[in-house]
Design a protein around this ligand. Structure first.
Ligand code: BDR
Ligand code: CA
Length: 320
């Protein structure tokens, strides 16, 4: 049976790769994309998502705009480091045409709630940006709170953060929302830096996409090369770029790619450790563990699937 998938993206470069992975996966039916802020503003996330879907010929996938940052509202500004890693336009300054269509009228929150009501656990939601929209859906609906099945990219349990010593970027941008996700949902898989920094891509792989000579191949190669270049400055010790968001989608489709630790998680919302993802000491002895934190990844299997799937997808687009 085909599983249903919704992605909640702050469409920067690895979000774009995650979207491509979902489109390239026959096991999953992508029933919609909700757009949040983070790497870019919500409107740019919508713009990029619609444009990428059109580039890959998937204008059938509906796109929904999420709310802005819960506390900052319209005053949210993209952080300098996000613009450095993903480019000001979110997709490595690569220019692709605007889509011919617009986002749906329905809000992202209503779409998420209606989808969980309709599909229950058959549906997996993959947030790859701040948890603001997911937290709003929890507030809006008990059915969502009790049944949502989430595989999220965010957090760091066994390794330091990437914004500071303890906080990962998605969690850092809305710690209260991520805390709500961990405390209130029953079924959350956390794909954090513990595993995503073990899945790296280099220019050796992106050259395979360029060689295809297609619109899709060039797009994937160009945005990822920009991202790899940024990583050379921010994390020179890695020798490649982290495939954070695509790994979350891959695990949603194939949970066997990672080993997880069952644990009840929380996010610190107070200084000095605001934004830290850590076990909740008040639920330490609760036998029901509501989160599964990925602590090991089958890097070779994931990278093989990633390259195979995205190459097939890129090959299906017009020759340049
Ligand atoms: C996460 O932060 C964003 O910059 C990436 O898209 C990814 O979702 C990694 O910390
Ligand atoms: Ca992201």
């Amino acid at each position: 049976m085909t599983m249903k998938l919704i992605l909640d993206l702050d469409t920067g470069i690895d979000d774009a790769l995650a979207l491509a992975y979902a489109l390239a996966s026959p096991e999953a039916e992508l029933i919609g994309v909700t757009c949040t802020y983070g790497n870019v503003l919500v409107e740019d996330s919508v713009r990029n998502t619609l444009a990428i879907l059109e580039l890959f010929g998937r204008t059938d996938v509906p796109v929904f705009a999420g709310p802005g940052h819960a506390s900052a509202q319209s005053s949210f500004e993209v952080q300098e480091i996000s613009a450095f890693i993903h480019g000001k336009n979110g997709i490595g300054e690569v220019e692709i045409p605007d889509a011919q269509r617009e986002a749906e009228q329905l809000s992202a929150v209503d779409f998420l709630v209606e989808s969980v009501e309709r599909f229950g656990e058959e549906l997996v939601i993959v947030p790859t940006g701040p948890s603001t929209t997911i937290a709003a859906a929890i507030e809006a609906s008990n059915v969502f709170r009790e049944n949502a099945n989430i595989v999220m990219m965010g957090g760091a349990l066994t390794v330091p953060g990437n914004v500071n010593g303890w906080s990962e970027a998605n969690v850092y941008q809305d710690p209260e929302a991520a805390d709500k996700v961990f405390r209130q949902l029953r079924n959350v898989t956390m794909i954090g830096l513990d595993v995503t920094l073990q899945t790296l891509l280099t220019t050796k792989e992106t050259a395979e996409w360029s060689k295809l000579g297609t619109v899709g191949g060039n797009f994937l190669a160009d945005i990822t090369n920009y991202y790899i270049n940024a990583y050379k400055t921010t994390s020179p010790h890695l020798g490649g770029c982290g495939l954070h968001d695509p790994l979350a989608v891959a695990v949603a489709i194939n949970p066997g790619l990672v080993d997880t630790l069952g644990i009840n998680m929380k996010v610190d919302t107070q200084e000095p450790t605001r934004g830290r993802t850590i076990g909740d000491e008040t639920r330490l002895n609760d036998p029901d563990k509501h989160a599964a934190v990925a602590v090991r990844v089958d890097t070779a299997a994931f990278l093989e699937q990633f390259m195979n799937r995205l190459s097939v997808l890129a090959q299906s687009t017009p020759v340049v």
